[in-house]
Write a protein that binds this ligand. Structure first.
Ligand code: M6R
Length: 613
């Protein structure tokens, strides 16, 4: 949701900002812009991608050692050149970039108009910079003090960087609810929404905490306080991020790279956490709270999108294996519906980014009501990782493609370990059985590797046959029902084909009306417990001339006879099948989107990290 990058130091800022914006483009790509100080503040901005901005700048001289850059995901105001960031203040002395939403911008704007301010854009951000200007002018304040006081008057979420032509050589950065990280170089500072634009310059970083404001100068000075005006000491951390993880590594798209990384990322997520030989699972974060979790009234998973699908898989697994009550909630609903929560509940947030606004807010509410909070997160040091009482990282590495792939399987891996560990602790799985299950779990990365080899060209061919469809139906039963939801989400978000995921038996309660010869129906048919029932579901689809693409275990014959296409996955325990069945669904979506000419990594209207409601 909007990417922010800024630089102050001895180097030319423009190349640093443009490269940084490219790294951040996955956060939003409606427009891009840059402001540089060079005897005044010069703003360059353009609708569309960073490449459009570069083309627009062309041969213009872009000089300055202090600058701010922004790539936008539009909230207030359409995506166009005018609404693109940075924004000037009314007198043109100040410039701002902003990620987030100023919810009370309307009354603030009205008050400022009454003071004589004129606005040129539809954005909430322009209101904020006018407010800063007004406070600065009225009380003759420094830029940092005017910014700090302005931020006490706004409601909403923000990460901002402000520059002042009257006080060049200084950047003011602040955050509330939206992330911001500061990289510390040699008499220079980098500011960004996440560490991806910073890692090639320095590995020394400070993650701004909620409601903190920092002042950074070209003399190497760094001061920090809260917006409430209490001095703070910056906590410098070492970044654990490699540049190669941010590159496409020979693949055409990040999504394809990330799909192929899954054998490794799943193995990374398991490393040091389980041993089949010795028969144990140890999730560092959970250890201290294991008794509390086992004896909890309920485990409530809160998440959005793909992460919510992982939560549903956790529900099937934990209830089945550990016999603990589980609920799964959309974070956006949970936070507003005044749920009944007590100290005996455990609220577990699942989030790739660790920054999703609704998930964060759901956690804050859970904390207020006294529940224990736990985070299952990918991005190290993210807000969710920091505000939860305990948690476990999935260790999938940076996920850049907007469509989540390796984070999903990383989450499912971790949640499967959690379910098995709780079941084991409760004595629900005999020791020898536990070791056998873990041995199979350890085989999953190799089985995914094998599957990626065996199904890739098949997925391409099937994609060619169904890429023209207007609708698609995904069916699954039990633990593979959430996988059907995930398959449908993958298809719609990157190929813009309308797709629905359903529990297979629900089909006859409505969706069956949609089935005709133009409707691809993708059925996951690996659940051994309900295999015969899925066979019946496939027959029902075929009787209505639907085109069946079935995902089955290798060697399966019955469905193969009926289906138009079958994709075989290696045999495994039912509980591990989501880690395998999702792979062809990811590849199918990828190839369909490619055939339809869609931008796989940057689908329209979407952004990777949803830091606004
Ligand atoms: O970072 P999070 O896991 O909290 O993000 C949640 C959703 O926004 C995310 O999973 C979204 O649905 C993806 N685009 C799905 O591919």
């Amino acid at each position: 949701m909007c990417g922010i990058v800024a630089y102050v130091g001895p180097k030319e800022a423009y190349p640093i900002l443009v490269k940084g914006l490219k790294r951040l483009e996955y956060r939003g790509y409606d427009s891009a812009g840059i402001a540089l100080y060079n005897e005044g503040i010069n703003i360059y901005k353009k609708k569309g991608k960073v490449a459009n901005l570069e083309e627009f700048i062309g041969d213009q001289s872009v000089v300055g050692q202090i600058g701010i850059g922004h790539t936008r995901w539009a909230t207030h105001g359409k995506p166009d050149d005018t609404n693109a960031h940075p924004h000037y203040s009314g007198n043109g002395d100040l410039a701002i970039i902003h990620n987030g939403i100023i919810e009370n911008y309307a009354p603030l704007k009205e008050a400022l108009i009454n003071e004589g301010h004129t606005f040129h854009t539809e954005t909430d951000t322009e209101v904020l910079i006018h407010l800063i200007e007004e406070l600065q002018k009225r009380d003759n304040l420094s830029i940092e003090e005017a910014t700090r006081i302005a931020l006490t008057k706004v409601i909403g979420a923000f990460a901002i960087v402000v520059m002042d032509k009257k006080d060049p050589g200084k950047l003011v950065a602040a955050r509330k609810a939206s992330p911001l990280v500061i990289g510390i170089g040699d008499n220079e500072f980098y500011i960004a929404s996440d560490a991806t634009p910073i890692v090639e310059h320095t590995n020394q970083v400070v993650y701004l905490k909620n409601e903190e404001i920092a002042v950074l100068t070209d003399k190497g000075e760094f001061s920090l306080k809260t917006i409430a005006n209490i001095d703070q000491t910056p906590f410098v951390q070492e970044l654990d991020l490699k540049i190669e993880e941010l590159e496409k590594g020979g693949y055409d798209y990040f999504m394809l790279k990330e799909i192929h990384e899954q054998p490794k990322t799943i193995a990374d997520g398991m490393r040091g956490r389980l041993s089949a030989e010795e028969g144990w699972i140890r999730l560092g974060g959970i250890h201290e709270y294991e008794n509390k979790i086992i004896n909890a009234n309920r485990l409530i998973f809160v998440a959005c999108g793909t992460s919510w699908h992982s939560g549903m898989i956790a529900e099937y697994l934990i209830e089945e294996l550990a016999r603990i009550n589980v609920e799964v909630e959309y974070a956006s609903e949970f936070r507003y519906r005044n749920p009944i929560l007590s100290e005996n509940d455990v609220v577990i947030a699942i989030s790739q980014s660790g920054e999703t606004a609704d998930t964060l807010a759901a956690l804050e509410m859970a904390k207020e009501k006294g529940a224990l909070t736990y985070g299952v997160v990918n991005v190290v040091g993210s807000s969710i990782a920091r505000i939860t009482d305990a948690g476990s990282y999935i260790h999938a590495g940076p996920e850049i493609g907007v469509a989540s792939t390796k984070a999903f399987t990383g989450q499912v891996t971790l949640l499967t370990m959690m379910a098995l560990s709780l079941a084991h602790k409760k004595g629900m799985i005999p020791k020898s059985e536990f070791s056998r299950i873990l041995a199979e779990f350890e085989n999953i990365p190799a089985k995914i590797e094998q599957l990626l080899q065996s199904c890739d060209s098949q997925c391409q061919k099937i994609a060619e046959q169904i890429a023209d469809a207007n609708n698609a139906l995904y069916l699954g039963r039990g633990i593979n029902f959430p996988v059907a939801l995930e398959g449908a989400l993958k298809l719609k978000e990157i190929s813009y084909i309308h797709a629905e995921g359903y529990p297979a038996a629900e089909m006859k309660h409505g969706p069956i009306a949609l089935i005709d010869e133009n409707m691809p129906v993708i059925v996951t048919a690996t659940n051994m417990g309900s295999y015969e029932k899925i066979v019946s579901n496939v027959q029902e689809v075929k009787a209505r001339k639907g085109k069946v693409i079935a995902i089955v275990f290798e060697g399966e014959q019955e469905i193969k006879k009926m289906a138009d296409y079958t994709i075989e996955i290696p045999k495994t325990e039912d509980m591990f099948t989501p880690l395998l069945t999702v792979i062809p669904l990811q590849l199918l979506s990828y190839y369909i989107a490619l055939i339809r000419g869609c931008n796989v990594d940057q689908p329209r209207n979407l952004a990777k990290s949803v830091t606004v409601e």
